[in-house]
Design a protein around this ligand. Structure first.
Ligand SMILES: [Zn+2]
Ligand SMILES: [Zn+2]
Length: 178
């Protein structure tokens, strides 16, 4: 049986019972948000599982999540839904002696708040150049038509020979002027 997370703050885990368990004990917490919102970050159907395991030094907290974000395609400038998956594994140490570079300690009240980790690791998965699909056709440079929705007649295959011809004619014209 997975633990039922705090329904109002699903990313705040009560880990007191794990701290008091024997080494090796671990539990899964189910996390789900129909719509997760944190400042500018909005993720639909965001959720996954957090596993918390007891070690001699502290608690290993591992999260595996997925969700849908709305992004703007860099080629056709259309909003589309993008699936992201993210995960993390961090040690929440019992004492300062065992603390990792992340600097995480088990709080005195035994409530671990994962909101910051959840947010930061999700942001890392945002693509630098979002594409609505791998072969997005983009916009026509001539008329701005979204080429995924149909050809406007300005396709490069048609343009190239004419542009080359136009270039030749202009060069010829310039030569005549010299
Ligand atoms: Zn696109
Ligand atoms: Zn066009």
């Amino acid at each position: 049986m997975n633990q039922v997370a705090n329904p109002r703050k699903p990313l705040r885990l009560n880990v007191g019972f794990i701290i008091n368990s024997s080494i090796g004990t671990n539990r899964d917490f189910d996390i789900y948000f129909p719509k997760y919102q944190d400042d500018d970050l909005v993720i639909a159907e965001a959720g996954g599982v957090v596993n918390v395991g007891r070690t001699p030094q502290g608690l290993i907290v591992q999260g595996n999540f997925s969700g849908k974000v709305t992004l703007e395609c860099v080629r056709c400038l259309t909003d589309y839904e993008h699936l992201i998956r993210w995960e993390f594994a961090e040690l929440y140490a019992f004492t300062q002696d065992n603390v990792t570079d992340s600097g995480l300690l088990v709080p005195d009240d035994a409530q671990i708040d994962l909101q910051l980790l959840f947010r930061e690791y999700a942001l890392l998965e945002f693509p630098i150049k979002p594409l609505c699909r791998e072969d997005c056709e983009g916009l026509c440079a001539e008329c701005g038509q979204n080429l995924n929705q149909g050809d406007c007649g300005h396709s490069p295959e048609v343009d190239t020979p004419f542009l080359a011809l136009k270039g030749l004619l202009e060069n010829q014209h310039n030569d005549e002027l010299d």
